[in-house]
Design a protein around this ligand. Sequence first.
Ligand SMILES: [Zn+2]
Length: 167
Amino acid sequence: MAGLYPRSTRSFGIRLSRLQAYKRTERRLAGKFKPKTTATISARMGRVRQAGTEPELRIRRALTHSGIRYRTKNRDLPGSPDIANRSRRWAIFVQGCFWHHHNGCVRATIPKANRPFWKAKFAANKRRDAEAARELRLLGYEVLTLWECETHNDRFVRKSVARIAKS
Ligand SMILES: [Zn+2]
């Protein structure tokens, strides 16, 4: 332990009070900004609709290949669809199998820790997805939901996008 603390009692006292003040500030800050749990962070991440993900790019390539025009900036539409065409009135959601809990899919797992939290979270996501699709349909949009796992099937993607573009 030698060397860790200054030798004289006096300076030791000063150091200690400084340390205490520091600790006090630290505690105050910690109380103000509550440390985030992984679950909270994950929940926030889950709300972010990521643009240009691999599954989305696969769909966009299929659309481009078929000469179908689309837009990817759709924040003004209910649920901010990943891909949409306003004049033709169709929208595509590319849903991650985990976050949007693709029923029956191997990727739709529920983490073992905080199970009730995750169940509520996935249920809320699904509710929001359904609500967005309903609102879009009310606006006269044809809505297509493609799951991440389905985007690996080129033929399926091509057929799906061709069908919606013709609608
Ligand atoms: Zn899936």
